[in-house]
Design a protein around this ligand. Sequence first.
Ligand code: CTP
Ligand code: CA
Length: 229
Amino acid sequence: IAFSNLSKELVGKKVVVTAGGTQERIDPVRFIGNDSSGKMGYAVARAFLARGAEVTLISGPTKLTPPNNVKFISIESAAELQDQVIKNFATSDILVMAAAVADFKPVKQSKQKIKKDPTNDRWTLELTKNPDILQAVAKIKRLNQVTVGFAAETTDLINHATKKLCEKSLDLVVANDVSQPGVGFNVDTNQVTFISSDKTVESTELLTKSEIAELLVDKVIKKTAKSNS
Ligand code: CTP
Ligand code: CA
């Protein structure tokens, strides 16, 4: 894998990047969250900006400062994320879903803080599946729009990620084995395998998330060039 010389190939292109983890409310003081720091998605947003693209960054709560020059949209739940993705995707050329979307949310969100039951040492929280945002996007995707997903896996990386590529009609999936040290959630580095809809599979070394983001953007640029020709 080689890094290309940075140039402004994406001037006039609109990109939506999602980042961070969603939070699913249980009650006013509690939520279900995940370990996503937002670092990978923010790096992707910066890499697109560097190529001249117009970037909308839709983000769950993070400790990061959004880059200057993005249109920043803050969300909490998967449902809010889905609304914003669908709204912004319609007028965009590229979507990169780096957000860690909660697969489930509580069936009920209590308006009041839930109290402990003194007579019961157990409490069961009932969850219901969240919509799959990329599958919803696949239904409205136009031929010249490029969609990229991530796949966080701990086993059978290529098979699981390839399945996601197909089921979500993606042009590219960025697969990472998050059981490896220095890979995936919260750290500043990542090691990924790019699996493309043209069936090419390419693994990187352990790189910084900025470097991974640059490689991702290079791959997307090649795909936009193809879909415009
Ligand atoms: N994703 C999504 N909507 C969801 C869940 C995930 O759009 N409800 C997106 C993520 O942003 C990511 C890709 O789908 O780009 C893969 O997410 P991942 O959690 O790895 O896969 P899932 O499809 O949720 O499958 P599983 O967690 O069971 O492996
Ligand atoms: Ca998931």
